[in-house]
Design a protein around this ligand. Structure first.
Ligand code: F6P
Length: 557
C-alpha cells in the first residue's frame, strides 16, 4: 500500500491554517448576510437530510477541506476498499463490510473468494433460521416455541446487535424478544437469564474469533443455566445425549472460526459464518445481526441492508463537495486539528436510538484511536475524537450546560425523525412536536446564543447578565430522516462508518485494526492466578497491583 500522505504537508492544510487564523466565527452574521447558507450547506444522502450550515465553516473552508480530501488521496483509498484491496495492512486484510450489503447480482471476487455470492448464501441461511424461529417451527428441546433470544457477545458482537434491536423495537415480532449478555461480570448473565424459562430460551453465541474470554465464559455459564434448569424441571435426564440434544436446540453460533464453534459443542449446521474481512465493529450487517434478523424478520433485515447500501452508493459516487459522510468527516478533522476539539457529541432525539452513541464509541474510537499510521510511522497530528452522547431531551437536563456555556468547543450531531413510532397527544399537544421543538431550539441556541443586550432587555439585573449570556457559535450538524425504519437505521450506521473512514484516511490511519486492546487482554490472563490466590504469581506484580489484589483477597467472603 502506498505510504500515507502527511496531511499537514498538503497545500490544503496550509490554507486551512490560514483560514482558521483569520476566521471570526459569526453564525448570526453569516446567516443574516447570506440567505442561501442553509440551503447551500444542506445535502441529502439516501433518506437522510443533513444540515451542515450551523458549523463553523465558510465556503472557503469547505473548499479547502475538499482539497484536503483530494490531496490525501481519499477517492483512491475508498475505491481500493470497495474493490477489496488490503487496506488493513497490519492484519494484511481486505475491508469489505460494504460487500455485506451489496445486492445479490453484484460480482466481487477477492483473494479467490466469490464475496457477494458467499454473503448471500449466509444471509439465506440466517433468514431460513430466523423464519423457523419466528414461525415456531424451530422449538426448544421440549417442543415449546422460542420466546427469548439471548445474544452472547461483546464489542462489535454485542454493541451493533443491541443498538439495532433497541432502535427497531417497533418492528419486532410480538411474543419474541431479545436480551444481550456481554460483560464477564457474572451479574450480566445472572440478570439477563433471570425469570426466563430455559425451555423457551435460545442462545446465539456471537464471536468473530470465538476466542474472546468474556463470550466463551458467558456461553459456558449459559449452557450450565440451560442444562441445570432443564434437568431440574425434569425436561431432560442426566445422560450426555440429552444434554447434547438440548444444546443443539438452544444454542446457535456466529463466527468466522467454525471449527472452534464445533469444539464448543454447537452443531456446525447451527452456525453462521462470516469472514476475516469484516471487522467486529463493522459486522452488525453480517450474520452477527442474527438476533436482529430473528426479531424483525428477513424482510425488514433486507431493508436494513438496503439502507446501508444506499449510503455506500452515495459515498462511493457523490462528488466530494456534496458527499455527506466525506464532508462530515472533513468537518470533524477541522474541529479536531484546527480548533483542538477533543470530543464529539452525538445526540439522538429518538429514544429508540439510545444505544447509538455507545455503538459509535466502538466504531469511531476503536477505529481511529491510533498513534501510528498505516506504514508504522507516527501520526502527524491529533487523531480520534472521543465520541459520547445520550438521547435528547434527557441530555438537556444533564450535560448540555457545558456544551452551551462551558469553555470547551464540543461539536455535536443532532439526529431526529419526522414521524414517531408512537404519535401520542397530550391534551392539545402533539408530544412528538414538543420533542422536535427541543431539537430545533437547541441547535438554534447553540448556534446563535443570546447577547448581553438581549439578556438585559428581559429586565435581568446587571450583576447576573454575564451568567445568562450564551456566546453562540457552538457548532452542530442536524440529521433528519422521515422515520426510524430499518432502512434509516442502516443508513445512519453506514454514514458514520464512512465518516470514520474519511477521518482515518486524512490521518493516515489503519482504521480496521485494534492492537490497542490486546495488552490488557494478555495481562488479564497472566494476572488471573494471582487474583485466585497464587502467592508466587502475586509477588511478580508491581506494588500497586499487588496491593489491589491483596485488598480484594482480604475483603472477599
Ligand atoms: O477487544 C476488541 C475486540 O476484538 C473487538 O474489536 C471485537 O468487536 C470484540 O473484541 C469481540 O471480538 P469477537 O467477536 O472475536 O468475540
Amino acid at each position: 500500500m502506498a505510504a500515507p500522505v502527511d496531511p499537514t504537508s498538503t497545500q490544503a492544510w496550509a490554507t486551512l491554517t490560514r483560514l482558521h487564523g483569520e476566521l471570526q466565527p459569526d453564525l448570526r452574521g453569516w446567516f443574516a448576510t447570506d440567505p442561501g447558507r442553509a440551503e447551500r450547506f444542506s445535502h441529502t444522502a439516501g433518506d437522510l437530510f443533513v444540515d451542515l450550515s450551523k458549523n463553523l465553516v465558510t465556503d472557503e473552508v469547505l473548499a479547502a477541506l475538499v482539497q484536503l480530501a483530494d490531496e490525501v488521496g481519499l477517492a483512491d483509498r475508498r475505491e481500493a476498499m470497495f474493490r477489496g484491496e488490503h487496506v488493513n495492512p497490519t492484519e494484511d486484510r481486505a475491508v469489505l463490510h460494504t460487500a455485506l450489503r451489496d445486492p445479490a447480482d453484484v460480482e466481487l471476487d477477492v483473494d479467490g473468494q466469490h464475496v457477494v455470492a458467499d454473503v448471500h448464501a449466509t444471509l439465506d441461511k440466517v433468514y431460513a433460521f430466523a423464519t423457523r424461529v419466528r414461525s415456531g417451527e424451530w422449538t426448544g428441546v421440549t417442543g415449546k416455541r422460542i420466546e427469548t433470544v439471548i445474544n452472547i457477545g461483546i464489542g462489535g458482537s454485542d454493541l451493533g446487535p443491541v443498538m439495532v434491536y433497541e432502535a427497531l423495537i417497533p418492528y419486532k415480532q410480538d411474543g419474541l424478544s431479545c436480551r444481550f449478555v456481554s460483560n464477564i461480570d457474572p451479574t450480566d448473565v445472572a440478570e439477563k437469564t433471570a425469570g426466563l424459562d430455559p425451555e423457551t430460551t435460545l442462545f446465539i453465541v456471537a464471536s468473530k474469533t470465538f476466542t474472546t474470554l468474556e463470550t466463551l465464559t458467558n456461553a459456558k455459564l449459559a449452557r450450565s443455566w440451560l442444562l441445570d434448569g432443564l434437568r431440574r424441571s425434569g425436561a431432560i435426564d442426566d445422560q450426555d445425549a440429552s444434554a447434547k440434544e438440548a444444546v443443539a436446540k438452544h444454542f446457535v453460533a456466529v463466527s468466522t472460526a467454525l471449527d472452534k464453534v464445533a469444539d464448543f459443542g454447537i452443531d456446525p449446521d447451527n452456525a453462521f459464518g462470516f469472514w476475516d474481512w469484516v471487522g467486529g465493529r463493522y459486522s452488525v450487517d453480517s450474520a452477527i445481526g442474527t438476533s436482529v434478523a430473528v426479531a424483525i424478520g428477513p424482510e425488514n433485515f433486507q431493508a436494513f441492508l438496503a439502507g446501508f447500501h444506499a449510503i455506500d452508493e452515495h459515498f462511493r459516487s457523490t462528488p466530494t463537495a456534496q458527499n455527506v459522510p466525506v464532508l462530515m468527516g472533513l468537518i470533524n478533522v477541522w474541529y479536531s486539528n484546527f480548533f483542538g476539539a477533543e470530543t464529539h457529541a452525538v445526540l439522538p432525539y429518538a429514544q429508540y436510538l439510545h444505544r447509538f452513541p455507545a455503538y459509535l464509541q466502538q466504531l469511531t474510537m476503536e477505529s481511529n484511536g491510533k498513534g501510528v499510521r498505516w506504514d508504522g510511522s507516527p501520526v502527524t497530528t491529533n487523531t480520534g475524537e472521543v465520541f459520547w452522547g445520550e438521547p435528547g431531551t434527557n441530555g438537556q437536563h444533564a450535560f448540555y450546560q457545558l456544551i452551551h456555556q462551558g469553555t470547551r468547543l464540543i461539536p455535536a450531531d443532532f439526529i431526529a425523525v419526522a414521524n414517531p413510532a408512537h404519535p401520542l397527544r397530550e391534551g392539545d399537544s402533539d408530544v412528538h412536536e414538543l420533542f422536535l421543538a427541543n431539537f430545533f431550539a437547541q441547535t438554534a441556541a447553540l448556534a446563535f446564543g443570546k447577547t448581553a443586550d438581549e439578556v438585559r432587555a428581559e429586565g435581568t439585573a446587571e450583576a447576573i447578565v454575564p451568567a445568562r449570556v450564551f456566546s453562540g457559535n457552538r457548532p452542530t450538524t442536524s440529521i433528519m430522516a422521515p422515520e426510524l425504519s430499518p432502512s434509516v437505521v442502516g443508513q445512519l450506521i453506514a454514514l458514520y462508518e464512512h465518516i470514520t473512514f474519511t477521518e482515518g484516511t486524512v490521518w493516515g490511519i489503519d482504521s480496521f485494526d485494534q492492537w490497542g486492546v490486546e495488552l490488557g487482554k494478555v495481562l488479564a490472563k497472566e494476572l488471573t492466578p494471582a487474583v485466585g490466590g497464587d502467592t508466587e504469581a502475586l509477588q511478580k506484580q508491581d506494588a500497586s497491583t499487588r496491593a489491589l489484589i491483596s485488598y480484594y483477597r482480604d475483603q472477599r467472603r
